[in-house]
Design a protein around this ligand. Sequence first.
Ligand SMILES: Cc1cc2nc3c(=O)[nH]c(=O)nc-3n(C[C@H](O)[C@H](O)[C@H](O)COP(=O)(O)O)c2cc1C
Length: 375
Amino acid sequence: MKPIRSPILRGLGAGVGVTGGKFCKKLRDLGVDATIGGANLTLDELCNHIDDAKTKKKGRGKLGVNLMVFDRQFEDLVQLCDEKIVDYIVMSAGIDMNLIDKINEYKKIKANIIPKLSTPIDIIKLAFNPNVKEIHVEGGEAVGYLDVTNSQQLKSTEEIINDSFKGIVGKIYMKETKGAEIDEAYIQKIIDNYPIYQRKYKIAKLIACGVPEKDYKSILQNGADGIGIALEFIVTKEGTPHDDWKKMQVKANDTILFRSPIKNILGQALLNDYIRNYFELKAGVYVPKEKFNYEGTKFCEKMCMQPDFCEKSNAVNKANMDYSFCLRQALVDTAINGYVNYGIVFSSENVKYINKIPWLKSVVNRKLQLLKSLK
Ligand SMILES: Cc1cc2nc3c(=O)[nH]c(=O)nc-3n(C[C@H](O)[C@H](O)[C@H](O)COP(=O)(O)O)c2cc1C
């Protein structure tokens, strides 16, 4: 077990305005890093959100933007973040190695590029990449947007952190000893003095995302450098979503997996009429019915994804629709417009622990105190 250092507390990005600029400013003012959910936004929208999130308050948290690598405008959005000087860009639903490799070419970018990953092999490899300072590690408890299309592929964040940390320590050992036979005492020395080796080899910090509070201690002792949170920050009085959306989260105790139209990636949501009526359960995953006939379906207007990834909900493909819903719209209809039975209500396993709608400040203080008590 390695000693817990000063863990990072980070608000994670929730798409299409749920963690928008104004909400992020509130979080930053409380001293917590905040991430604008930037996926599917237009350049103008993202620009406004970044302006809204600016704050001069002392002790403020950092500002980041979460982008999906297969967003049609991914490169332009990155460029905009560069120009607006954000602190970090989270890269979700895949890895763009090109961006990681050329990060030093950006003129102003001080931003860390933070991949959001769920496979130890990728995590171990990227942890040693000098251009990667932090990695968001997210397992099956969280909402989704991982590059996972099969429920058997899902592991818990804690399991992924444990496996990744073991791999990182193993790699340090190989570097230190130039490949000598395994010496358990030496490996323990590396674990006990991990911060020294982390600095020496410029190893990325691992932020564990979507983890329940009861597991913070063990996850921080076993390799994580921080905790990332979305749902518990959003279901607060200050959170952007519609009250009915928040109330539904408070009532719920469980989530289901559904297959999203974007590259068939799995997402986690609450079971509502929309899922009951228009999806069917196959191998533990709710899949849109073959004849998907939700009358409120709005066809893609924004073309926010690269064409190959979300093709079947595009208006141009009306003749060939088998997963005919737009995830962006399905999120906006529930979270922003409050039609909680007419779209996807994203959620995570942490919904089990949410039983009221508190003030954001009280949630943040509880988390900060808990992290402090673990040091
Ligand atoms: C309403 C909602 C929308 C989300 N949208 C995105 C998104 O657009 N892109 C993304 O990478 N993750 C998205 N997430 C996932 C969060 O960034 C985060 O990784 C996850 O929710 C962590 O688990 P937690 O909510 O239990 O803390 C979303 C989460 C929620 C609750």
